[in-house]
Design a protein around this ligand. Structure first.
Ligand SMILES: [Zn+2]
Ligand SMILES: [Zn+2]
Length: 1022
């Protein structure tokens, strides 16, 4: 049975018109953001500067096709509520079967063109979608003709009116032809032989609305840049007509049919899902703000709108500029604000706030503009102060785990602050003044990029092995402009390729190049990015690096949020070498909705480089805790406590080293990773690791092929939901098992040509030296998302399994990235494997030998048979020709071997006496012992004891004496982590209830702290 089309309510909302009638300022000349002065500056700059002139030329070119359209044509282009829309042709939320049915002709081959494979050509192929894979064109009927037959007396598509005799395959007009109805879509989709809908028109209409909104934007820019009122005239026709229909637009009836859009599962929205609708409304409001002054004295415009209104029996009066403005104010701006309140417009935090701010500025009408701006900062409104404190971290990201999402807040709030900052009318709240710690958000995308070039693909971010940075130099330049913090200018300069070219140009300013010149001066003085990684304890990312740029190597381990758009992947790591990610995360799932390949695989623990405990994925947490972080040239180590992800364990921690690459000597040009993963407690541990896609060879293992099924069992098929077997096991197929593995073996992944641009002659490998006795080992294939361009077909997994009651596991491995030829000759564990200490000997092919010593807690002295002794936590020794040439001791007092006798003061500990408890003033604390104030601790981590959910580890910026005490300054951050007084739910978001009851902190006064110390030793070269 066909579901009846949705009842068309009265096409226009009478209530809104009555409520908002009679504005005193309805006849304002300018919008609130595009003021007379700004517009004048922009037009002057276009005459003065070549770059501005080029922008103007591009704007004119872009608006050309829209300017050429007649008034009538533009007006009739706007559809209404009853023209269906969706963002996926076949995905069906109500159908429990296959999620995707693909193209009617080529099936799933279309998947590799991404989530949104069709790009309609609105000008030349109206109402058609062309498959990018096979070239088939759908729907097969002339939908345009049917659409016209269904236009009702109000000028809108009404499915009840359509001439259904027009619904046939145009290439097969004979009703007896079996293909007569094949591929025919009446707007609600073609139903295939399996009963699955193919909603070509729905998908087309989704993009058609974007096209219309962009068209209005192109025309609005045309007016802004040229002052030619013809552009404003055409834009006004589109905006006025959209204002007619926008109050009635409602996504829910389509969501209720199982159709897909960006509604985050809420089923709410307007033209589309509530999340993307935030941008739709912003764009409409922004275009409107731009053209207001262009609609003065345009009698032809008013007459045209009046004529259309009468012809199509529209309810509101038209015929004057006042009425035009009232219609758009109500139909777009006030409707959008109401929709934010009703959650029809609601995105990730920051999105709907920016929508309200944009609408408030365009409205430019008191008292409402001020009321809406106040709303942004109210606890039960936009809740910006609450979100700023309770959901943001000291690195400037929000509480989402994936970089792409975690960075949204900073970017959007900057846009919002920009709207308010430059207006003199509103100063009750000021983001830059009231939340000085927000300034870390400008540089965070750059800081989280390994080697400054590659943002780790953490959580729902990027795609498998994608090498790209989220850093946005222009955003940083803007941040510098508002904060005058030179560190931001330096980051902008470096992220822009060590140049200020094109940065900070504010075309609305009287002197648009002033900022760029300032950034150039500061950036040139600071020079390029220094070598070496760092810790981002707020976001939760440990970065160890050696070398620079694409020739460098970086180890990135994430230990931040594992909720929202995150994966259950606390302590996961990826390795960047030779310009590629060699242990790549899956990145963005096939779809961010409930499907097995996302919920139980891409997003889940087992698909990551982690230990899977008790056959259950990790719990979602805020993050882990830093135990140790040290980066010096050619040597880095960190240790992170991740127990919260598996609360049933006594220990779930990872200690990793990146060693070598200092290029201080020829025997130190390569780098390798040491991984020590400790899990105490639980009765089932699986260490999962995958390298780059490509051929895997093993040495020491005797894997036997499991003929059928998956890691879940011979009878369990690939990809099914977990039932009576652990989550994720059914996604590992092509299984080979070794039931009696040795305590040491090697696995080598050769990155395949084609992987993110690799060619056969690149010959890049990642070799793993495993040094752990386990019960059984499996090799298996697992698929990353298959609908992301550039993703590999499959990844090769190694699964090391132990099971017994109350397990105590230390998984020890070395990862050796190499090109052409390995540089490690052999590895060996020198510890007895019984205690918690780990000692590894690594022999290099060049004849040198490394020793890595790890003695967590450093309770007892480590003495080895070969004469090495260490009193401390971490030691590293390089030996060549029986002579020690390098030694490093971290958090210890002595490291001795042969000709080396290295002594150090050990870990610095103490107590916090006093701390800054305000939002402003930066992160400073007074401590009880005299720390060296000579700069030697700058850059070190001070790790403060805490029982809150946040890691209280901070990078020391300076140490000073103050009134006999030592003051440690940790930069322009704040220790405030939340408001007191609990939370409440506002439009389904949890936010702080009150801003007046004081703060909660990362830690408390009286807490103990540790500062990592280190000492290096090098043989004098004569
Ligand atoms: Zn196709
Ligand atoms: Zn992941």
């Amino acid at each position: 049975m066909k579901i009846k089309p949705f009842p068309t309510c009265l096409a226009f909302s009478i209530i809104i018109t009555i409520c908002f009638a009679g504005d005193p300022e309805a006849e304002r000349i300018y919008g609130g953001f595009y003021t007379e002065e700004r517009i004048a500056n922009l037009r002057n700059n276009c005459n003065k500067y070549e770059w501005a002139r080029r922008q103007r030329d591009a704007v004119i070119e872009n608006a050309k096709p829209w300017l050429a359209k007649s008034d009538e044509e533009l007006w009739t282009m706007v559809p209404g509520q009853d023209l269906p829309r969706t963002i996926d042709v076949t995905f069906d939320r109500l159908n429990p079967g296959t999620e995707f049915t693909g193209c009617l002709i080529c099936g799933e081959k279309i998947s590799k063109y991404g989530n949104y494979p069709y790009n309609p050509d609105f000008e030349n192929k109206p109402w058609k979608l062309t498959c990018p894979s096979c070239g088939a064109v759908f729907p097969t009927n002339d939908f345009g003709k049917y659409y016209l037959s269904a236009i009702d007396e109000h000028g809108l598509f009404n499915p009840d009116k359509g001439d259904r005799s027009l619904l046939f395959n145009a290439d097969h007009p004979d009703p007896e032809d079996p293909l007569h109805k094949f591929g025919v879509d009446d707007g609600f989709g073609y139903i295939d032989k399996n009963g699955r809908a193919h909603r070509y028109i729905g998908y087309y209409t989704w993009q058609y609305w974007t096209y219309l909104n962009d068209g209005a934007g192109a025309l609005a820019d045309g007016f802004l840049y040229t002052g030619d009122k013809d552009y404003a005239h055409k834009a006004a026709i589109l905006l006025d007509r959209i204002a007619d229909v926008y109050p009635e637009m409602d996504w829910k009836p389509y969501a209720d049919r199982g159709w897909y859009h960006s509604d985050g599962g809420s089923m709410l929205g307007k033209i589309g899902g509530s999340i993307w609708e935030t941008g739709v409304a912003q764009q409409l409001a922004d275009s409107y703000d731009k053209i207001l002054s262009g609609t003065l004295d345009d009698p032809e415009l008013y007459v045209f709108l009046k004529r259309q209104s009468e012809k199509y029996k529209l309810p509101g009066p038209k015929g004057s500029r006042k009425q035009l403005i009232e219609n758009i104010d109500n139909g777009i701006l006030r409707t959008s604000f109401e929709a934010v309140l009703s959650r029809q417009i609601r995105g990730n935090q920051g999105m709907h706030q920016l929508t309200v701010a944009t609408c408030a500025m365009a409205l430019n009408t008191e008292p409402q503009t001020t009321q809406w701006l106040d709303w942004l900062f109210a606890p039960d409104g936009g809740a910006i102060p609450g979100l700023m404190i309770s959901r943001s971290d000291r690195d400037g990201t929000s509480d989402e785990g994936a970089p792409g999402y975690a960075l949204i807040w900073g970017r959007l709030i900057t846009d919002l602050a920009r709207l308010l900052e430059d207006t003199t009318r509103y100063n009750r709240n000021n983001i830059f003044r009231d939340f000085p710690q927000f300034n870390t958000s400008y540089t965070v995308a750059y800081r989280m990029s390994a080697l400054g070039i590659a943002t780790p693909n953490i959580g729902d971010a990027g795609s498998t092995g994608l090498v790209a940075t989220q850093a946005n130099p222009e955003l940083m330049a803007r941040g510098y402009f508002y904060t005058r913090n030179p560190e931001i200018a330096v980051a902008a300069y470096r992220a822009n390729g060590n140049s200020a070219e094109g940065l900070g140009r504010d075309i609305f300013s009287r002197d648009p190049e002033a900022q760029g010149n300032e950034i150039r001066r500061i950036g040139e003085k600071a020079g390029p990015r220094p070598e070496g990684g760092y810790l981002m304890s707020g976001f939760g990312l440990a970065l160890l690096e050696c070398g620079t740029g694409t020739s460098g190597i970086a180890l990135a381990s994430n230990y931040g949020r594992t909720k929202m758009h995150a994966h259950s992947d606390l302590l996961n790591f990826d390795l960047f070498a030779f310009g590629h990610w060699l242990a790549p995360d899956h990145g963005y799932p096939e779809m961010a909705t409930n499907i097995p390949s996302r919920n139980e695989w891409t997003k889940s623990t087992l698909s990551h480089n982690l230990v899977y405990v008790n056959r259950q994925p990790q719990k979602a947490v805020w993050g882990g805790y830093t135990r140790l972080f040290k980066q010096i040239k050619g040597f880095g180590v960190f240790s992170i406590d991740g127990k919260k992800a598996y609360p049933e364990t006594d220990e779930y921690s990872r200690t990793m080293f990146l060693i070598g690459g200092s290029n201080e000597s020829r025997s130190d040009s390569n780098s390798y990773v040491v991984d020590i993963f400790r899990v105490i407690g639980g009765n089932d541990h699986v260490y999962s690791f995958h390298g780059p896609p490509g051929i895997i060879t093993t040495s020491g293992l005797k894997p036997e092929i499991q003929k059928t099924g998956t890691y879940a069992g011979e009878q369990i098929p690939k990809g099914i939901w977990a039932k009576d077997f652990p989550v994720g096991y059914s996604h590992l197929y092509n299984v080979r098992r070794d039931q009696n593995p040795p305590g040491q073996f090697m696995v080598d992944w050769k990155a395949e040509s084609g992987y993110r641009g690799l060619t056969e002659k690149d010959n890049i490998h990642l070799r793993m030296h495993a040094m752990t006795q386990v019960q059984d080992i499996a090799l298996a294939d697992g698929d990353p998302p298959q609908n992301k361009p550039g993703n590999p077909r499959k990844l090769g997994y190694l699964l090391m399994h132990r099971s017994a009651t109350d397990l105590n596991s230390i998984f020890v491995s070395i990862f050796e990235p190499y090109r052409n030829k390995p540089f490690i000759k052999s590895v060996r564990r020198l510890d007895d494997g019984k205690g918690s200490e780990v000692v590894i000997q690594v022999e290099m092919t060049d004849g040198s030998t490394d020793y890595i010593l790890y003695n967590e807690g450093s309770q007892k002295e480590l003495d080895l048979a070969n004469g090495i002794s260490m009193n401390g936590e971490v030691g590293y020794i390089k030996e060549k020709n029986s002579i020690v040439i390098k030694g490093i001791l971290v958090n210890g007092s002595a490291l001795r071997y042969g000709n080396m006798n290295l002594r150090s003061a050990g870990t610095i500990t103490g107590k916090i006496l006093k701390m800054n408890k305000e939002l402003a003033g930066g992160g400073w604390m007074l401590v009880d012992n005299r720390l060296p104030a000579d700069g030697s601790l700058n850059g070190e981590q001070i790790i403060v004891e805490t029982d809150t959910e946040r890691d209280a580890s901070y990078t020391i910026k300076s140490v000073e004496r103050e009134n006999g005490l030592t003051k440690v300054y940790c930069g322009p951050i704040s220790f405030v982590s939340d408001f007191k007084g609990g939370t409440m739910e506002v439009r389904t978001f949890k936010v702080p209830k009150s801003y007046n009851l004081g703060y909660l902190y990362d830690f408390e006064e009286g807490a103990r702290f540790r500062i990592t110390s280190h000492k290096t030793w090098a043989k004098k070269v004569r």
